[in-house]
Write a protein that binds this ligand. Structure first.
Ligand SMILES: Cc1ncc(COP(=O)(O)O)c(C=O)c1O
Length: 446
């Protein structure tokens, strides 16, 4: 281990085994394009767009320049009772990219805040329509919607909920998970066709149990990202839309990972041809460079909230919600530059094309390797699922992650799964390095 010339006593690392980290620190000090430089001078290939964020690659000059310029022009301005020009500009661009009449953007700073914001919009909207009794939410097992109490409650990753169980929102139920390890362990760029209609459970059990008239919203990730890139069965999201429409339930897509190009389209909503009532975003909207998140709402939500205030004087706030940094001018300037860069370099269609290369490489390299029990690829992302070590859940994937890091490749362990989701600027040689390094590590840790 190289000498550490900084004090590691005070930074408590998030979602990280701190004790293990301190024995083997992985500290980045610079990044450019597809690579990081570590504190001990090694180059590491970014195989996960740094938590699905840095989709246009690191150190992109147009984004950096836009941020610097914005800092010198308008550094910050209050978000309440006034606003800034960049927030309007970013909102207009985001609304133009979103499908259907998803036109009204509520900004926040992260995916977690987006989850809670969208849930609050759902409650406020139903109340504005005189249906305040609709206060129940339906999430999905193994869903991830961040770490706020709302997002955690509708989320379904057991480890994230375990310590906080007593404080989770009470009025929540969960759809069953979308994984069929027997028939659809291996998915290569297609939508798996299930014989069984897994949404019958929603229609026949969950909704009758709570009564649909009490349900405010269903929230799902179109593709379950954090759990390990699990793909919905063919027709699932369309059918979910139909069921929600039938019962007046709002549908929220959490597109914090799938939004802005990961599927080769603007959003997964475009990929699957389904328009939700709200679409949550974060991460890639600024290329990860500065925190920014948001919820894109359909016109009817905004219009209902405004109409409900018809009888109130105009100085009355219609929705009591927002963050000091909602629509921060520097974050919005970064978003404008990022969205322009995506277009100029045609990065979403590149993501679609490189996704096929990644999918081919993963299936041909990993299938048949020891402990491999599934491979799922779609868009520019893929996951390889392994059998765990008895009594040591997650250990095999973690060891493989460490091995890859030491060989100069950053991948992501999620339970017994390893995920690859490189920046959209990835080329074939990077994919070969990623897949080759991971295959060797899987064999070594058999
Ligand atoms: C689908 C989804 N929603 C919400 C979040 C939470 O985002 P943040 O960590 O920015 O709060 C994430 C983060 O990975 C995510 O993948």
């Amino acid at each position: 281990m190289a000498k550490i010339d900084f004090n590691m006593d005070n930074h408590w690392l998030p979602f990280t085994p701190n004790r293990s980290f301190k024995l083997d620190p992985r500290v980045f000090v610079a990044a450019d394009g597809m690579h990081f430089t570590t504190h001990d001078g090694k180059q590491v290939l970014d195989g996960i767009s740094s938590l699905w964020c840095v989709t246009a690659g690191h150190n992109r000059k147009p984004i950096n320049e836009a941020i610097k310029k914005q800092l010198d022009t308008l550094d910050y301005a209050t978000a309440f009772q006034a606003s800034n020009n960049r927030a309007f500009e970013a909102a207009e661009m985001i609304a133009a990219m979103a499908p259907g009449d998803l036109n009204k953007v509520l900004f926040c700073n992260s995916g977690s805040e987006a989850a809670d914001t969208s849930m609050k919009v759902a409650l406020a909207y139903h109340r504005a329509r005189g249906e305040g009794h609709r206060n129940m939410f339906i999430g999905r097992e193994r869903g991830y919607h961040g770490v706020g109490f709302g997002g955690m409650s509708v989320g379904g990753i057991p480890a994230n909920r375990k310590m906080f169980g007593t404080a989770l929102l009470p009025r929540v139920d969960h759809l069953r998970f979308i994984h069929d390890p027997v028939t659809h362990a291996y998915i290569h760029g297609t939508e798996p066709v299930w014989q069984e209609d897994i949404l019958l459970e929603l229609e026949n059990r969950i909704l009758p149990l709570h009564d649909p008239s009490n349900v405010a919203a269903v929230i799902v990730e179109p593709v379950a990202g954090s759990a390990g890139w699990y793909l919905p069965p063919k027709g699932y999201l369309k059918r979910l839309r139909e069921i929600c429409d039938k019962h007046g339930i709002l549908l929220i897509f959490d597109e914090v990972i799938t939004g802005f190009g990961r599927m080769g389209t603007n959003f997964a909503a475009d990929y699957y041809g389904v328009v939700p009532d709200m679409l949550n975003f974060a991460k890639g909207v600024t290329n990860g460079v500065i925190p920014l998140g948001g919820v894109i709402c359909r016109d009817h939500l905004y219009n209902t909230m405004m109409a409900a205030n018809d009888k109130n004087p105009e100085h009355v706030i219609e929705f009591f919600h927002g963050y000091t940094y909602s629509g921060h001018p520097v974050a919005c300037a970064a978003a404008v530059a990022t969205l322009n860069l995506f277009k100029q370099e045609n990065l979403f269609s590149r993501a679609g094309e490189m996704g096929k290369v990644l999918g081919d490489a993963m299936h041909s390299a990993f299938k048949g390797l020891p402990n491999v029990i599934g491979i799922r690829t779609l868009g520019l992302a893929g996951a390889v699922e392994l059998t765990g070590i008895a009594g040591l859940p997650g250990k095999r994937a973690y060891d493989i992650f460490l091995e890859c890091f030491h060989k100069g490749v950053l991948i992501r362990p999620a339970g017994e799964t390893l995920v690859l989701a490189p920046p959209f600027i990835v080329d074939k040689s990077h994919i070969d390095q990623l897949v080759g390094t991971l295959a060797a590590a899987i064999k070594k840790h058999a």
